[in-house]
Write a protein that binds this ligand. Structure first.
Ligand code: FES
Length: 165
C-alpha cells in the first residue's frame, strides 16, 4: 500500500494543480498502477482541483481507464459479428463458468480478468479469444481448458505437461 502512496505522490508531483491536467493524472496512474483506485481518484481530484464526480465522469467516459484492479492474465472474447455467429457468446459464458467470474470482472485470486471485445480483425479465423493479447483462433472449449490450465501452471511454477484427455 505504501508503494502505491509513493507512486501517487510521484505522479502528482509531475503536474501543476490545475484542472487541465486531470486527464494526464488519470493516464499516468493507470499506466503505473494498472487501474485507478478510489483513493487514487480522490487524490487526483484534489490535485486537479475538480469535484470527484467530475474525475469519475472523465474516467468512465474513456473506456481505456479501469476502476478495478486487473488480473495477472487478461482474457478477451471477441463478440464481433463473425465470432458471434461462430458461438462467441457461448464461449464467453463457458469462460465465465470455468473462471467463476462475470464478464468485466477479475477472479478472486486476481489471476484472470475476463472481458468481451468487438471485432479484432481476424474474422476468417473466428471464433477468436485473446489471452494476454495473443490471438487464439478457431477456439474450442477444450483448447480454452488447456490454455487456462497452462497459464495457471505457469503462474504457480508448476511444470505439469498438458494432458491429451
Ligand atoms: S468478429 Fe471476431 S475477429 Fe472479427
Amino acid at each position: 500500500m505504501s508503494d502505491q502512496v509513493n507512486i501517487m505522490e510521484e505522479i502528482i508531483g509531475r503536474y501543476p494543480r490545475k484542472p487541465e491536467y486531470l486527464i494526464f493524472l488519470l493516464q499516468d496512474v493507470q499506466a503505473d498502477l494498472g487501474y485507478i483506485s478510489k483513493e487514487a481518484m480522490q487524490l487526483i481530484a484534489e490535485h486537479a482541483d475538480v469535484p470527484i464526480t467530475q474525475a469519475y465522469s472523465v474516467a468512465t467516459f474513456y473506456q481505456s481507464f479501469r476502476l478495478e484492479p486487473k488480473g495477472e492474465h487478461e482474457v478477451r472474447v471477441c463478440l464481433g459479428t463473425a465470432c458471434h455467429l461462430k458461438g462467441g457468446q457461448r464461449i464467453l459464458e463457458d469462460l465465465e463458468r470455468k473462471l467463476d467470474v462475470a464478464t468485466g470482472a477479475t477472479t478472486e485470486d486476481m489471476m484472470f480478468t475476463l472481458n468481451s471485445v468487438n471485432c479484432v480483425g481476424a474474422c476468417a479465423l473466428s471464433p477468436v479469444v485473446l489471452f494476454d493479447g495473443k490471438y487464439e483462433t478457431n477456439i474450442t472449449s477444450s483448447r480454452i481448458e488447456k490454455i487456462l490450465k497452462q497459464l495457471k501452471n505457469d503462474q504457480t511454477g508448476n511444470s505439469e505437461e498438458e494432458t491429451n484427455d
